[in-house]
Structures are given as structure tokens and as C-alpha cells.
Design a protein around this ligand. Structure first.
Ligand SMILES: [Fe+2]
Ligand SMILES: [Fe+2]
Length: 243
């Protein structure tokens, strides 16, 4: 198993029911395909509500960079799953008086840890060594706008959580047409799971207040889109346009 084989066109063939050899066509240096083999585009894999929620699509330049750095992508993906579980756990500790939040976050933490375990297993299978990676600017770039006191703090944390989940889901869907069959299958299962997570976060945010949240959500959507569209010196799962 070579560590340089995580991404190939094999998924396109596999999605179309072909038996093509998964190791024959590395994508390195090529443009991402516009659609998967059965004619579905990445947008077709995503819930409409998610596409409407995000302020922009992932730029092709990020996708091209991802295909050049499959190991970094997998390692940072593992980190993101672990952090998603950790965020859910910290909310479990802090807001013990909110039954809906406790139930949603307990379920989320379990799912994210399962995803983490699955990514680590895939990395082992592919001889990708799990090493420390510095965090990207993305999450901190959103969290720096979180207001300091509750209930505003919690509302903002939940909106940020929704955006991180939605962007992760969108990136999985964009990557799927470029992946080998095994990874594409895994990422399709994640698209389903993460597509629900962002809605859970938004639901919980709206539960915190009777006031409309549209302006606050729009504020964070705009900040998130800036982070995705602007030049970023470091490639990571949630990085911006490669500088
Ligand atoms: Fe996840
Ligand atoms: Fe998630």
C-alpha cells in the first residue's frame, strides 16, 4: 500500500459500476472533475439547505491543492473529527441545564469520535503516519468573533459550529469525484452525517432566543466565506485559497 495513492479517478469508475483498477490513475496536478461518474455533481450530493447556508463554494484552487497533499488532508481531517467531538463535549460540560443540547451533543460527540476512528484506520491502512499538524487559521478566525457572555456566547458558538460542520460536508462532497472508491464511499457516508450536524447546531442556536438570528448568522456566514476565499499560506482541510 503506497501512501501516495489515497486519491485517484477510480471512484469515478466505481460510481459508474466499472471494475477499473483503482491504482492506475493518480489525479496529482490535474483539474478536479466537474461531476462524478454517474453524472451527479458535488452539488447534487449536498442538501439544498446546506448550499443555501454557506456563503460560497470551495474554490477549485483548494481542491487542486488537496489532491497534491492527500496525506496532510487525511491527517488534518482526523484532527477535525477529534476537535468536533471535543467541541461537543465542552458544550456538554458547560450547559447541563439544556436537555435538547445535551442529547444532540452527546450524539454528535459519539458520531465524531467514530469518524475519527474511521479516518485513523484508513490512515493506518494507507501507511499514512499520524503526525502533529498546526491548526489552520479557520476555526480561530471564526471563534474570535464569539461574544464573551451568555446567552450570546452560546448562540455564536453554535452558529460557528454549524458553519464548520456545513463546510466540512461541502468539502467532502467536492472531494468525492476525485477519490478512490474506498475513500469516496467513506466520504459519502460522512456527507450524510455532517449534513445533519449543521442543522442540529442551527436548531440549538435558534432555541436560545426568541429574537431573530438572521443578522448574526449572516455575519458569521460572511466571515466564513472570507476565510474560504482569501489567500492562505498553509494548506489544511479548512484552509483558504492556496497562496
Ligand atoms: Fe464528523
Ligand atoms: Fe460533524
Amino acid at each position: 500500500m503506497t501512501p501516495s495513492a489515497p486519491f485517484s479517478h477510480a471512484d469515478v469508475a466505481a460510481e459508474a459500476g466499472s471494475t477499473a483498477d483503482p491504482d492506475t490513475s493518480s489525479l496529482s496536478g490535474t483539474r478536479p472533475p466537474a461531476s462524478v461518474g454517474h453524472g451527479l455533481s458535488a452539488d447534487d450530493l449536498l442538501p439544498e439547505s446546506l448550499l443555501a447556508f454557506l456563503g460560497c463554494s470551495t474554490p477549485d484552487a483548494w481542491l487542486e491543492e488537496a489532491l497534491l497533499h492527500p496525506e496532510t488532508l487525511l491527517i488534518d481531517h482526523a484532527q477535525c473529527e477529534k476537535k468536533a467531538a471535543s467541541t461537543a463535549m465542552s458544550l456538554l460540560y458547560r450547559y447541563v441545564d439544556q436537555p435538547l443540547l445535551l442529547s444532540k451533543m452527546a450524539q454528535l460527540a459519539r458520531e465524531e469520535l467514530l469518524h475519527f476512528e474511521q479516518v485513523v484506520k484508513l490512515m493506518e491502512k494507507r501507511d499514512v503516519t499520524y503526525r502533529h499538524l498546526s491548526a489552520s487559521r479557520y476555526a480561530e478566525g471564526l471563534r474570535r468573533h464569539v461574544r464573551p457572555n451568555d446567552p450570546e456566547r452560546l448562540i455564536d458558538v453554535l452558529i460557528v459550529g454549524a458553519l464548520i460542520e456545513a463546510r466540512s460536508c461541502e468539502r467532502f462532497a467536492r472531494l468525492i469525484p476525485c477519490l478512490d472508491a474506498e475513500l469516496a464511499r467513506f466520504y459519502r457516508s460522512l456527507v450524510k452525517s455532517e449534513g445533519r450536524h449543521f442543522e442540529d447546531y442551527l436548531l440549538l442556536a435558534r432555541e436560545q432566543t426568541d429574537a431573530p438570528l438572521d443578522d448574526r448568522i449572516a455575519f458569521f456566514v460572511a466571515r466564513e466565506a472570507e476565510l474560504i476565499r482569501s489567500p492562505d499560506a498553509e494548506f489544511r482541510f479548512h484552509s483558504g485559497v492556496p497562496a
